[in-house]
Design a binder for this molecule. Structure first.
Ligand code: ZN
Length: 287
C-alpha cells in the first residue's frame, strides 16, 4: 500500500512520528495515516475482557443517540447493516428498538454471545460476505470500525452500491481533534508513548489505519459523491462509569482509583469545552 500520498485529498504525506508503526500527516487535509499492518496470527481480546457494565452503559447511551437521530430522518420499517459488529451491542440495541440489522464480523470470539442472544451475524470481511439487499440498505453503520479499514476509497465505492438511494451511511468514529488524542500527542512530546500507541491500537492485531477530523472525513465522502446530512458529538467519558470500571479492576487499589477519579473530575471542564473525542456522521448519496 502507498504511504506517500493522502488517501483523502492526494497531497503528500509527511512523517509525523514513529511509534511501533510510522504515523504520517497530510499536508493538505491534516489526515493522520499509519503504515500499520493487520496481524492475522492472533485473535483480539480487546473487548472480551472489558465487557463491563460501565462501558456498556456508555456505548448503549451513544447508540440510543444515533437511533433517535436515525428515526427522526427515517420513519417506518427500516433495515440496516453493521460492518464490524464486534460484541453485538449495536445489533441488540436495534432489536430493542424494532430495527432490523445484520452484522458482519471477521472474528469469531463473540460467536457464542451472538448465538445466545440470537443476533443475526455473518462471519467474514465486507464486502466479500455481504448479503445483497434488493433496493439497498436503509442504513449501513460503522461503530469504531471505519478507522481500521486499509483501503477507504474502495470501501466507500462498495458502500454506495449497497446503500439504498436515500440510505444513510453512519460513521461513529474517534477524532484526531479530540481531548484524549491531543493529550496523548502532548505526552508523546515529553517522551511518553504509551498513550498514543494505545490511541492507535498499535498493540492490537487490528490497529487504526487513519485518524480523521471533521473536515477530512466530510472531504472523503464528498469526493465519492456523498453529502453530510448531520454530524454530532458522542460521549467518550462518563465519570460515574469510569469510577466503576476502575473499582472493578482488582489490580487497582481503592485510593489510586479515588485519585484518578478526582483528576478526571478536575479535567471535566477542559474535556467538555474541547472538541469531541467521538463524533457520528450521517451521509447520503447525492441525487
Ligand atoms: Zn489529505
Amino acid at each position: 500500500m502507498d504511504h506517500t500520498t493522502c488517501p483523502v485529498c492526494g497531497s503528500s504525506l509527511k512523517l509525523q512520528y514513529r511509534l511501533r508503526f510510522n504515523v504520517y500527516k497530510c499536508a493538505g487535509c491534516g489526515l493522520l495515516h499509519s503504515d500499520a499492518q493487520f496481524e492475522h496470527s492472533f485473535e483480539s481480546d480487546l473487548e472480551s475482557t472489558s465487557r463491563d457494565i460501565g462501558l456498556k452503559q456508555l456505548r448503549l447511551g451513544n447508540f440510543m443517540t444515533i437511533i433517535s437521530k436515525l428515526k427522526a430522518i427515517k420513519s417506518g420499517k427500516i433495515e440496516g447493516l453493521e460492518i464490524g459488529c464486534g460484541n453485538g451491542w449495536w445489533l441488540e440495541t436495534c432489536r430493542d428498538n424494532d430495527i432490523k440489522c445484520t452484522g458482519i464480523e471477521p472474528e469469531h470470539i463473540y460467536e457464542n454471545y451472538h448465538k445466545e442472544n440470537k443476533l443475526n451475524v455473518i462471519y467474514g470481511f465486507y464486502p466479500d460476505v455481504s448479503p445483497k439487499k434488493i433496493g439497498g440498505y436503509d442504513f449501513i453503520i460503522f461503530n469504531d470500525v471505519f478507522e481500521h479499514i486499509p483501503d477507504i476509497n474502495a470501501l466507500v465505492e462498495s458502500l454506495k452500491k449497497d446503500l439504498a438511494d436515500d440510505g444513510i451511511l453512519i460513521i461513529n468514529i474517534p477524532m484526531s481533534t479530540g481531548f484524549f488524542y491531543r493529550v496523548s500527542t502532548l505526552l508523546h512530546k515529553f517522551g511518553m508513548n504509551n498513550s498514543l500507541t494505545r490511541m492507535w491500537q498499535f498493540n492490537f492485531h487490528s490497529p487504526h489505519m487513519n485518524y480523521f477530523n471533521e473536515s477530512n472525513m466530510k472531504m472523503l465522502l464528498e469526493k465519492h459523491g456523498c453529502s453530510c446530512v448531520d454530524v454530532f458529538k458522542l460521549k467518550s467519558l462518563d465519570l460515574q462509569s469510569t469510577k466503576e470500571r476502575m473499582l472493578a479492576d482488582r489490580s487497582m487499589s481503592k485510593w489510586k482509583a479515588a485519585v484518578m477519579t478526582s483528576v478526571l473530575k478536575m479535567l471535566k471542564p477542559v474535556i467538555d469545552s474541547s472538541e469531541a473525542d467521538i463524533k457520528a456522521f450521517f451521509f447520503k448519496k447525492n441525487k
